[in-house]
Design a protein around this ligand. Structure first.
Ligand SMILES: Cc1ncc(C[n+]2csc(CCOP(=O)(O)OP(=O)(O)O)c2C)c(N)n1
Ligand SMILES: [Mg+2]
Length: 335
């Protein structure tokens, strides 16, 4: 059971807090309260992390909920959320130090979805992790819902930043990480970026500043799916080719540590996120190679599914494909 919540899909016991080594800023003043929290967190570290199969199953369950919510709302983005689902599951179920029962716990790791149009994926993972009932996902994008099309930090506990205007999430993430350094807080800050999004200049202002201050308590995860909204505008029209070549090289040039991973392989994601958190001296950018629309064959790699609503037939076929994937995970585990 999730702490104080309903059983979580995928058989994962949400009561087990996945933890990693706290990385306090050396020579900084430590808060007493933080020390107590960090000690109780370390005590939990002995508990096992979810298995890779559990993470795979949770990701497929998350994708089912995402497709259902967009179908129910009759609006919203789909390709980006499906692309980000495994990374978000890895963060919230495997990597981040969080307590869904205490979304304002000062020692919590911070996460900012800078590509805020993928909000339904974040809401889904938050609900599955126990922040609020999964039934509420069906209020997505409705008037007065806490789950607006783009994240509103004042509406829903658990959101660290309001986002949606692309390019703005890395700056507050760097601010949080710098604040943690100054105060001696041990939490880690994670920011998810889109590859179309990193065309925004503000990203590079934040990248420059984060490296200058040696913010090794900050990790940017780039959802490198090779597609923005309509393909890439180039002279002569739109193209489906990838003009943002080697984004890791660009972050490296700005003074960042850069890691690459397969953003749909939980073993690869775990290795990259663990290494990012452990790295010292510089911020890390994890370039996660992903597929837009991942998990549903007719959506994969098709920019038309950036923000398209599935028909009843398309919903049924998507759910059936995802159920097949879940069944296959079970078979692999039994083999
Ligand atoms: C400043 C700004 N300009 C334009 C948009 C409209 N918009 C929403 S999503 C998107 C494409 C984003 O592409 P990418 O970052 O690659 O996201 P993903 O592929 O993960 O969906 C655009 C242009 C926006 N939200 N903010
Ligand atoms: Mg993209």
């Amino acid at each position: 059971m999730a702490p104080g919540g309903a059983p979580l899909p995928g058989g994962y016991n949400g009561a087990t807090m996945p933890l990693g080594p706290a990385k306090a800023a050396t020579g900084m003043k430590e808060h007493v309260a933080m020390t107590v929290d960090a000690a109780s967190e370390r005590a939990n570290q002995a508990q096992s992390r979810p298995s890779l199969d559990e993470l795979r199953r949770t990701s497929a369950e998350a994708r089912k909920l995402i497709v259902q919510a967009i179908h129910h709302a009759g609006a919203g983005h789909l390709g980006g959320p499906m692309s980000a689902a495994d990374l978000l599951v890895a963060l919230y179920f495997d990597r981040m130090r969080i307590d869904p029962a205490r979304p304002d716990w000062p020692g919590r790791d911070r996460f900012i979805l800078s590509k805020g149009h993928s909000s339904i994926a974040l809401y889904t993972v938050l609900a599955m992790r126990g922040y609020f009932p999964t039934e509420e996902l069906m209020t997505f994008d409705a008037a007065h819902s806490r789950l607006q099309g783009h994240p509103d930090m004042h509406a829903l506990p658990g959101l660290e930043m309001s986002t949606g205007s692309l390019g703005q999430g890395l700056s507050p993430g760097a601010g949080m990480a710098l604040g943690a350094k100054v105060r001696g807080d041990a939490f880690h800050t994670w920011v998810m970026l889109g590859d179309g999004e990193i065309q925004e200049g503000q990203i590079w202002e934040a990248a420059f500043m984060a490296a200058r201050y040696g913010l090794d308590n900050l990790t940017a995860i780039l959802d490198y799916n090779g597609l923005p909204q309509f393909g890439w505008p180039q002279r002569g029209g739109f193209t489906r080719e990838i003009p943002i070549d080697d984004p890791g090289g660009k972050f490296r040039a700005f003074g960042w540590n850069v890691l690459e991973c397969d953003g749909h392989d939980h073993a690869s994601i775990r290795e990259a996120l663990d290494a990012a958190q452990a790295f010292t001296g510089q911020p890390t950018c994890v370039v996660a190679h992903t597929v837009k629309g991942k998990g549903v064959s007719y959506m994969e790699g098709d920019f038309n599914w950036h923000a398209k609503v599935p028909s009843d037939e398309q919903l049924a076929s998507a759910l059936s494909e995802l159920d097949d994937q879940i069944a296959a995970i079970g078979e692999e585990a039994a083999a």
